[in-house]
Design a protein around this ligand. Structure first.
Ligand code: SF4
Ligand code: SF4
Length: 413
């Protein structure tokens, strides 16, 4: 019998209520998937007896963790499923999966030729080749790369000013802000500086590893996790908390490192915050004060990403956005967008991915906002591609709505 290594092996708490099945977006849309109860706690009983009972259909699980949010017994259903895939699925990742998951390696190469790469990846014949040769669905809009990384911009334009701030934080920027959309990192620095926080980069930040975990690249994800933890420990030892902007990176750093990669984060976990949570607490406690732009107005709809729901952090974003005087905010119903990181890029998943997202797309169409507010970059790709409505990270919304100069003066005083 294979030895299992499940730190929260709590499947015996399952009371067979089937609530998890009612919220699983894959079970509703893919008849080949047995669902959270049978793939999670039920299957685990068999797998513990003999790995021969591992079922390859577990690959259909999005790891959205909606089942865990619904479970009244606190069973870590998605973790059971992901752990079983790690332990028993010994298929080597395909070239496509390695390319999609290796954001730290692909980012610098694609960024060096960004105009050509972005143009080429938008051409139908190229998309057809990627579909045929690699299995990246030709209907998927591929993310664009930036010619200049956030880190390069920061070192050139912002690093020298940061030491002048009395309070300091470390910023985990993640791959998306660094390689695809540095404006998000710039907005983060502008907002944090306006509230009187200097921003420091972490030493040798690596990808959080979420895409590598999803694609079976566990040794590489574990190496990244150890490197990030070392950087976090150095930051915390200097008295600096770590602030993040991406929901999924945050969940991976906080939950997946100990649960799936067995990388202990207990000494730094309480020092990691998503920026919306960090700023809401700072403003609500009176530690910092915002000055809003006069006359700024927007009609937005908030989509709470699945991993944000799992972390229980959506409330901070909603309350933060509601503080903006000109903000007219609609909270969308809780629905999965269907992309789940690299899952929705794969040809075999594209149809189910779009079927899962349909309820959310319809909800957005009905709300008819100027833009959607959302903390997750892959939700952004899915929503923009499927609805045509732009998606903005709440930090970028704050950067627009705040009078940055007056906020800065007030919080420097
Ligand atoms: S993590 Fe999501 S897709 Fe996987 S079983 Fe749970 S609800 Fe279903
Ligand atoms: S919701 Fe929890 S307790 Fe109910 S069947 Fe699913 S795993 Fe078991």
């Amino acid at each position: 019998m294979q030895e299992r290594n499940i730190s929260s092996n709590n499947f015996e708490q399952c009371q067979k209520c089937s609530l998890c099945e009612t919220v699983c977006p894959v079970m509703k849309n893919n008849p080949d998937y047995a669902g959270p109860k049978r793939s999670g706690p039920d299957g685990e009983r068999y797998r513990l007896k003999n790995g021969i009972f591992f079922d390859d259909s577990l690959k259909y699980c999005l790891n959205c963790k909606r089942c865990e949010v619904a479970c009244p017994s606190g069973v870590r259903i998605a973790d059971l499923i992901q752990q079983a895939r790690i332990d028993f699925s010994h298929k080597a990742p395909k070239l496509r999966d390695i390319m999609l998951a290796s954001t730290d390696q692909m980012g610098p190469v694609a960024g060096a030729f960004a105009p050509i790469v972005n143009f080429t990846l938008g051409l139908s014949p190229v998309k057809g080749v990627l579909d045929f040769a690699l299995g990246i669905d030709h209907r998927r809009t591929l993310p664009k790369y930036s010619s200049e990384t956030f880190v390069h911009w920061f070192k050139k334009n912002a690093a020298s000013k940061q030491a002048s701030f009395r309070k300091q934080v470390s910023y985990f920027h993640g791959c998306y802000a660094n390689y695809n959309y540095p404006q998000l990192g710039k907005d983060f620095v502008a907002v944090m500086n306006a509230f009187g926080f200097g921003v420091q980069l972490l030493e040798n930040e690596r990808c959080c590893g979420v895409a590598k975990i999803a694609n079976g690249m566990i040794p590489a994800a574990t190496r990244d996790a150890h490197a990030n933890m070392e950087a976090f420990r150095k930051s915390v030892a200097q008295g600096l908390d770590i602030v993040t902007v991406s929901t999924t990176c945050t969940m991976t750093l906080m939950e997946e490192y100990p649960e799936l990669l067995k990388v202990d984060n207990s000494d730094v976990k309480d020092h990691i915050s998503l920026v919306e949570q960090f700023l809401y607490k700072a403003i609500a406690s009176g530690a910092v004060k915002p000055v809003w732009k006069e006359g700024w107005k927007a009609r937005a709809a908030y989509h709470c990403p699945c991993h944000q729901e799992r972390l229980g952090l959506g409330i901070f974003t909603v309350e933060l956005l509601k503080m903006i005087p000109g903000m007219q905010l609609t909270e969308l119903d809780s629905n999965c967008c269907g992309i789940a990181g690299t899952y929705g890029f794969k040809k075999e998943n594209f149809k189910v991915s779009q079927m899962i997202g349909k309820a959310l797309f319809d909800d957005i169409a009905a709300a008819a906002p100027e833009f959607v507010a959302c903390e997750c970059e892959t939700c952004k790709w899915q929503i923009e591609m499927s609805t045509g409505v732009p998606v903005k990270n709440p930090v970028s919304i704050l950067a627009e709505a705040l009078d940055l100069e007056k906020t800065s003066e007030l919080n420097r005083a």
